[in-house]
Ligand binder design. Structure first.
Ligand code: C2O
Length: 544
């Protein structure tokens, strides 16, 4: 592979949307940030220099970072933040991966404005396992806030109130014509007729799973989270924050005398407030004769709470599982784990207003532990052998309190705080059941695991039954991915092989839930062989 150099200068930039101008933290003055393109096998050297007053880290979402955990990016997990005036070179090699991923800030809510596509092309002269596209177009979903996200975080995390909603959803930073004062900020996808386009769809939104559809066009799903899938056709798809999908779009054989809206709006399972508005872009056919006033067709998106569509869609996702791209599902399991994920309550701190039930504070947890961010990075403290007082290596292997997880709420009010790691010897094969729990009501949680892809071997509603449910697991061609929706009021079972030494974050990719503590970390120990050990830290690794 080749070595590719990028420079990310973190700087303020005025950006205007919906007639509101805000000074935003950006990469190189761009919103959304620049696109990174590499090939499988390439080394990336990305120098991030911080010219703003906020602390910064950048995460390369979905990149496995084999033995290079120092470049992963979550603040206080693998590194201390890059402080004002400092820089850090993220240095990693893309091993055995190709597809659509993205990068984003991994500290506070800065990914509201710091995100961009990360595209890994196959090795030179290696074709896609599907029709060669005429053109490839990344479409990255995001959110626009008229006010500073810092104020919004304060509200969501300190008061323990409901999630704050953004003012618009965006495609490539553009809200589109369905919002006030936004018509000129519309993504226009100009296409020719009778061609195949590859759309690289990325959900970088902070707090919403999104349905996506293009009027009068069928999309063929060929990849999810940078893993090739068995192709299937759909009118609509669902993408959770942290998920990516490649679809083929075949344009009409003849020039149509219409233009077509592509749009996205949320899938909502929670009880809180949400933005029920719709981002729209336009698929515009190029014609040799100037065309004016063509009719505009709009797609029909599913109802906001359409869980049955979401279930059906996720059941259709299967790994390609071909000879060239096998699905290496762990068949023999060393560790069976059961984690509850969900919202709960913890006591309200003194002198705070808490908006949870009976004056409690909303907290989110995994096995009833709400993660407390340490003041030094976990990976650094592990590597230097100074974990005392930083973290505990005893993450609970089952929930503290068993209950009917999906029964009458509130039923998850036993949250404790802590910085606890689940320790795994090198090459442990893990089966993890993630069970949704509720307090005011159940809610879908897109769980993201750093450092690994996992296989989604089963899912269902209600309480997981360890005697019955495993009989229906798919161990042949389950989808392999890095972010999975834990179904609202249900469970999902995943399998992965802990073949990557380091400290790996796992969290809900809804920023508001991450803020409330729905996160934990795994510590995967070094193997015996030299090529099974975490590489030493780079010399420019930031200090806390
Ligand atoms: Cu895309 Cu830990 O995040």
């Amino acid at each position: 592979g080749t070595t590719r150099h990028y420079e990310f200068n973190i700087q303020l930039q005025n950006v205007t949307r919906l007639c509101h101008t805000r000074s935003m933290v950006t990469v190189n003055g761009k919103f959304p940030g620049p696109r990174i393109v590499a090939r499988e096998g390439d080394r990336l050297l990305i120098k991030v220099t911080n010219h703003v007053s906020n602390n910064i880290t950048i995460h390369w979402h979905g990149i496995r970072q084999l033995r290079s955990g120092w470049a992963d990016g979550p603040a206080y997990v693998t590194q201390c933040p890059i402080q004002t005036g400092q820089s850090y070179v993220y240095n990693y090699t893309v091993i055995g991966q190709r597809g659509t991923l993205f990068w984003h800030a991994h500290i506070s809510w800065l990914r509201a404005s710091l995100y961009g596509p990360l595209i890994i092309l196959p090795k030179l002269n290696v074709p896609y396992p599907f029709t060669k596209p005429y053109k490839e177009v990344p479409v990255i979903f995001g959110e626009w806030f008229n006010t500073d996200p810092e104020a919004i975080i304060a509200e969501a995390t300190q008061t323990g109130g409901g999630p704050n909603v953004s003012d618009a959803y965006t495609f490539n930073g553009l809200p589109g014509p369905l919002y006030n004062c936004s018509a000129k900020d519309t993504l226009k996808l100009k296409v020719k007729h009778a061609k195949t386009y590859l759309l690289r769809l990325i959900n970088a939104a902070l707090n919403d799973e999104l349905f996506f559809s293009i009027a009068n066009h069928t999309l063929t799903v060929v990849e999810a989270d940078a893993i090739y899938t068995k192709p299937f056709d759909t009118e609509t798809l669902i993408l959770a924050p942290g998920q990516t999908t490649n679809v083929l779009l075949k344009t009409k054989l003849k020039f149509p005398s219409a233009n077509f809206v592509m749009s996205a709006r949320p899938y909502v399972t929670g009880q809180g407030t949400f933005d029920n508005s719709t981002v729209a872009g336009i698929l515009e056919y190029e014609s040799s004769i100037p065309m004016k006033n063509l009719p505009l067709f709009k797609p029909a998106l599913p109802p906001l709470n359409d869980t049955s569509f979401v279930t059906q869609f996720s059941n259709r996702l299967r790994s390609l599982a071909s000879a060239q791209f096998p699905a290496n599902v762990p068949q023999k399991i060393d560790r069976h784990l059961f984690f509850t994920v969900g919202l709960g309550t913890s006591p309200c701190e003194k002198n705070k207003t808490c908006q949870g039930p009976n004056g409690t504070r909303f907290a989110a947890s995994i096995n009833n532990v709400s993660f407390v961010q340490p003041s030094v990075a976990l990976l650094q403290s592990h590597y230097s052998g100074q974990s005392e007082g930083v973290y505990s290596p005893y993450f609970p292997i089952t929930p503290f309190h068993w209950f009917n997880y999906t029964g009458t709420p509130p039923n998850n009010t036993f949250v404790s705080n802590g910085t606890k790691l689940m320790v795994l010897p090198f090459n442990t094969s893990v089966e993890l059941v993630l069970q949704d729990t509720s307090i005011l009501g159940v809610e879908s949680h897109p769980l993201h695991l750093h450092g690994f892809n996992f296989f989604v071997v089963g899912q269902g509603f209600g309480n997981y039954d360890p005697n019955k449910d495993p009989k229906n697991f798919n161990l042949v061609d389950p989808i392999e991915r890095n972010t999975v929706g834990v179904p609202s009021g249900g469970w999902v079972a995943i399998r992965f092989l802990a073949d990557n030494p380091g400290v790996w974050f796992m969290h809900c990719h809804l920023e508001v839930h991450t803020g409330w503590g729905l996160k934990m970390a795994w510590l995967v120990l070094d193997g015996k062989l030299p090529n099974q050990k975490l590489l030493p830290p780079p010399v420019d690794l930031p200090k806390c």
